[in-house]
Design a protein around this ligand. Structure first.
Ligand SMILES: *[C@@H]1O[C@H](CO)[C@@H](O)[C@H](O)[C@H]1NC(C)=O
Ligand SMILES: *[C@@H]1O[C@H](CO)[C@@H](O)[C@H](O)[C@H]1NC(C)=O
Ligand SMILES: *[C@@H]1O[C@H](CO)[C@@H](O)[C@H](O)[C@H]1NC(C)=O
Ligand SMILES: *[C@@H]1O[C@H](CO)[C@@H](O)[C@H](O)[C@H]1NC(C)=O
Ligand SMILES: *[C@@H]1O[C@H](CO)[C@@H](O)[C@H](O)[C@H]1NC(C)=O
Ligand SMILES: *[C@@H]1O[C@H](CO)[C@@H](O)[C@H](O)[C@H]1NC(C)=O
Ligand SMILES: *[C@@H]1O[C@H](CO)[C@@H](O)[C@H](O)[C@H]1NC(C)=O
Length: 923
């Protein structure tokens, strides 16, 4: 997240490198006036420029040009020495008249807008230049190799332009260069950069090639043996850290973050004896950190987070503490594979301000010496395996602690009831600690607290009335998954954004919330009674709330007609309550609503016309209520963004309107258990999302920005497939289901249905469908579950069905199907209940077909040398639906095997080969 301290040194170095020269007309009198030819040169230079009118407006007439803004002269000779034209809103042309300024040593044209102009070649003739700054001025094209003639140049900054760099050979022509900044310049085409012959100037002290698209570290840098700052972050460097880099023994700052560096860090790192700031964040470095790190006694900032370093954290602390007085102020080792215990040496790092050990596998207890770190401002130890008790002693001298991220450890906090912590925290994350049995009282005194998270911390009791305003800064509170009970006092006072009290045992009616709240989760508790006051009584004006979860409570009574107060809502979840009445028409005020969950209440009446206004709806789950009337025709046009539409288990009737086919984004349509009649619309082939689902989708989610990083609220949908009810969230965008079962739909199954080739589940059972199974049903190759049972389908089972290789559930029972069940395919792998109640014959039914072909007894000599298959019955039972139903068959097979055999050896390829053998022998 935030990574303090890392740029401090860089900035201070920069200000030294840019030799201070008094600015503009700050130099007064007592000096030789400017040269006439130089004055003329400046006037010509100005003429070429566009929009110079404002800041260069006094560059006119006969006056002494040494007093013009941006111009600095030598007070001994009157020659123009410097032009400070950075951020002057300049554009237009750069006139070669500049060449007449024969004593120009300093030229700053940075932060202007030259609209894609190329750097003029004549710049290479400004040979007295020592300082050239062309950064962020929209120069483009090539960098002229003539720059390599500037033999006096000490400072060159061209960062933040869009050059097409083919060659950087000219850099080696700048023997005096001390400072070079090319960050953000695309160097991917600069092939000679990586040739051994291209050496960097030996006096170079500062080199910034961050974000240049480099895929390796240019070897020529090795020549810059006095380099103090090397910044190569944000490239694509995909190699180990080269050995020679460690011989740049003057390095004070080395930035290599955001690359793909791999391999181990060499023990030669000890040669970087001057290093102060070492940033290796976000690479793929592995192995253990060399103990020789311990000789880097000037190290102040070390960031190794997000790598693959392993080993014992104790060894790292032990070696780093070899310096008599460690200067370390910031240490980040998060997101590696570190294990072991945190040693007592931790307490030696008295200057530490920032310590991040999060997301490793560090175990054991927290050493008491933590209490020594009197400079510590931010401690991150979350997502480790720390155990044991944390007491007041651990915090004795942590007077400066402001942020404590410690969640997901098995720690227990034991403090006296009247503990006065030495710190004032702004952030406190203690999820999954044991803090119980009562809400700790000490944080009542944390009056600066902004972010408080105590999820699953075994606290019980009630929420005291002071809770919502003990800190006037409180913005985020998460007390979910505890055993809190009683009534929740009204949430007013603090400027709260996010409140999560879900999964507790609160009762009584819902608390009123102040209008500032953005996200409120009171779900999965035992709130009861009417929701009238919550929705209709306002303490302080219209709500800003965007995400509201109230599901899984005992709320009852009607949904009040007060939605005009909640116009910002994006997510509204009231499912699994006991609400009654109609959906009030004011729902039409919720213009931003994307997710509406009303499932499993006692709502009735028709869907209100005003729902048409909610045109942003993506997910609508109104299932398991008592809605009546027909599916509204306007649904197709008005709610055309719908991805999920669930109207399951209501009392809807009449035809499915053709208009529904306009819902081209639908992935999930569940109209099961209603009284719908008519036919399946032929236009179902318009459901293009069901036909073209790609694997690329992420979860459907809603974000709330908190503390710079987005909190993600994942959309969920409850789906009934394969006879199971499942909750989908992460993978919702990968799911496509159609369920029309338990209605009174008649007519034939339209062949068009088979164009929905991304469907994973199709259920049209328990209707009055007639005719044949569509011949192209085998096109729906993604089907995992297919239920056509209890209709009046006739004819033979379409042979194309044998192509449905993912099928794990099949039900064709109780129709009027005839003929032979296709053999030797996965269709034979289902049991008889998939087929009964028809006129079918062949395995797995006990009815043999009249012209049944005879099966040869076979023995398969398999690769492992055992008699795997003894008779034809076995062949027939091996219908392999590869991903499902499959292991059941294979599992029983394994039990019968005469050899012991590790399950894990059963690679898919072997399985497929086996399947090939079986099909070959059996059929
Ligand atoms: C000209 O310069 C002024 C600042 O002095 C700036 O606000 C304006 O946008 C510039 N106009 C153009 C066309 O660049
Ligand atoms: C200019 O002259 C003053 C004395 O008049 C001197 O102190 C100063 O250093 C000179 N500045 C430069 C840049 O030469
Ligand atoms: C590190 O320093 C040692 C001793 O000065 C030297 O022998 C070794 O070659 C150096 N390693 C590198 C990579 O420069
Ligand atoms: C806290 O600091 C004081 C003085 O700064 C020191 O005497 C004491 O030992 C420290 N306590 C701990 C637990 O580090
Ligand atoms: C609901 O709360 C109970 C206990 O209060 C908990 O066990 C359960 O996991 C919660 N359910 C969800 C979906 O969070
Ligand atoms: C839900 O409401 C019905 C009446 O509408 C009532 O009979 C039932 O007891 C309620 N159930 C719960 C769990 O509150
Ligand atoms: C079953 O199908 C046959 C024709 O294949 C038809 O004659 C018969 O009436 C059908 N039976 C039912 C109950 O639909």
């Amino acid at each position: 997240m935030d990574r303090p301290l890392r740029l401090v040194l860089l900035v201070s170095f920069l200000s030294i490198a840019a030799t201070p020269i008094s600015l503009g007309n700050a130099n007064v009198g007592l000096q030789v006036p400017c040269k006439e030819n130089e004055r003329q040169a400046l006037l010509m230079f100005k003429q070429g420029l566009v929009n110079s009118s404002n800041r260069l407006s006094s560059w006119i007439g006969e006056g002494d040009c040494c007093f013009w803004p941006g111009v600095v002269c030598s007070n001994l000779t009157g020659h123009v020495r410097a032009l400070h034209l950075g951020n002057y809103y300049l554009g237009g042309k750069l006139n070669p008249s500049l060449l007449n300024l024969s004593h120009l040593t300093y030229l700053d044209l940075s932060s202007n807008d030259f609209e894609g102009m190329q750097i003029p070649n004549f710049f290479g003739s400004l040979t007295s230049l020592r300082h050239l700054d062309l950064s962020q001025s929209d120069f483009q094209g090539i960098i002229p190799h003539q720059l390599g003639n500037l033999s006096n140049l000490r400072f060159l900054d061209v960062h933040g332009n869009y050059f097409e760099v083919k060659s950087l050979q000219w850099i080696s022509g700048l023997p005096q260069l001390q400072h070079l900044d090319m960050s953000g310049v695309d160097l991917r085409e600069a092939s000679d950069l990586f040739q051994v012959t291209n050496t960097f100037p030996s006096l170079l002290e500062y080199l910034n090639m961050s974000d240049c698209g480099l895929y390796q570290i240019p070897f020529g840098i090795a020549n810059a043996s006095v380099l103090k700052v090397l910044n190569l972050e944000g490239n694509s460097i995909n190699s180990p850290i080269p050995k020679w880099l460690y011989s740049l023994s003057h390095l004070e700052s080395l930035f290599l973050s955001y690359n793909h560096l791999h391999g181990q860090i060499s023990s030669s790192i000890a040669n970087l004896t001057d290093i102060v700031n070492l940033d290796l964040f976000h690479n793929q470095l592995e192995g253990e950190l060399p103990t020789s790190m311990g000789s880097l006694c000037k190290l102040m900032v070390f960031d190794l987070s997000r790598n693959r370093v392993n080993g014992r954290v104790s060894e790292i602390f032990e070696s780093l503490s070899r310096c008599n007085s460690s200067q370390l102020e910031s240490l980040s080792l998060s997101n590696n594979n570190l294990s072991g215990l945190l040693p007592d040496e931790l307490g030696n790092f008295e200057k530490l301000r920032f310590l991040d050990l999060s997301s490793n596998s560090i175990s054991g207890s927290i050493p008491m010496s933590l209490g020594n770190l009197s400079c510590l401002e931010e401690l991150r130890i979350q997502n480790n395996s720390f155990k044991g008790v944390v007491s007041e002693v651990h915090f004795t001298n942590l007077t400066k602690l402001v942020k404590l991220y410690a969640k997901n450890n098995l720690l227990k906090l034991e403090t006296s009831r009247d503990w006065h912590p030495p710190f004032q925290l702004r952030v406190l994350f203690l999820d999954s600690w044991y803090l119980g049995p009562e809400l700790p009282l000490w944080f009542q005194r944390q009056t600066q607290l902004q972010y408080l998270s105590m999820v699953n911390t075994s606290i019980s009791g009630t929420i005291p009335t002071w809770f919502w305003n003990f800190s006037s800064h409180l913005r985020f509170v998460d007390l979910s998954h505890n055993q809190l009970y009683g009534e929740v006092p009204n949430i007013v006072g603090a400027p709260l954004d996010i409140i999560d009290l879900s999964s507790n045992q609160f009762n009584g009616s819902l608390p009123l919330v102040s209008s500032t709240v953005d996200v409120l989760d009171l779900s999965n508790s035992t709130f009861s009674g009417s929701i009238f006051h919550f929705f209709c009584d306002s303490i302080d004006g219209p709500k800003q709330l965007r995400i509201l979860y109230l599901e899984n409570n005992f709320l009852d009574g009607p949904i009040p007609d007060c939605w005009q107060n909640w116009k910002k809502l994006i997510v509204l979840n009231l499912e699994n309550n006991n609400l009654t009445g109609n959906i009030p028409s004011s729902i039409g005020y919720l213009l931003f609503l994307e997710s509406l969950h009303l499932r499993n209440n006692h709502l009735f009446g028709e869907l209100p016309m005003s729902l048409q206004n909610c045109q942003n709806l993506l997910v609508a789950d109104l299932g398991e209520n008592k809605f009546v009337g027909s599916i509204p025709m306007w649904i197709g046009e008005s709610l055309s963004n719908l991805i999920v539409l669930i109207l399951r288990s209501n009392k809807l009737q009449s035809d499915i309107p053709n208009e529904i086919c306009s819902l081209v984004n639908l992935q999930i349509l569940d109209l099961a258990h209603n009284n719908l009649s008519g036919t399946i619309p032929k236009c179902v082939n318009n459901f293009s999302a069901m036909a073209t689902l790609s694997n690329s989708g992420g979860p459907i989610s809603f974000f709330s920005y908190m503390y710079g990083s987005p909190e993600q609220y994942m959309e969920e949908a409850i789906l009934v497939t394969k006879g199971r009810t499942d909750r989908y969230n992460k993978f919702l965008s990968l799911v496509a289901n159609l369920d029309l079962s338990h209605n009174m739909i008649s007519g034939e199954i339209p062949e068009e249905l088979t164009s929905l080739i991304s469907l994973q589940s199709l259920n049209i059972s328990k209707n009055l469908l007639t005719g044949k199974i569509p011949s192209m049903i085998g096109d729906m190759v993604m089907l995992e579950s297919l239920d056509l049972s209890m209709n009046k389908l006739s004819g033979e089972i379409s042979p194309s069905m044998s192509r449905l290789t993912y099928l794990g559930t099949l039900n064709l029972s109780y129709n009027n199907l005839t003929g032979q069940i296709p053999q030797c395919t996965q269709l034979g792998g289902f049991d008889q209940y998939s087929y009964i109640g028809n006129e079918l014959c062949g395995f797995p039914l006990n009815v043999s077909c009249k012209e049944n072909r005879t099966m040869q007894p076979v023995v398969v000599q398999n690769h492992m040398g055992g008699h795997l298959l003894e008779d034809s019955w076995f062949c027939l039972s091996l219908g392999l639906g590869f991903l499902f139903g499959f292991w059941g068959v294979l599992g029983s097979l394994l039990l019968n095997m005469p050899w012991s055999f590790r399950f894990s050896q059963f690679q898919n390829s072997i399985v497929r080969r086996l399947y090939g053998v079986i099909v070959e022998y059996c059929c």
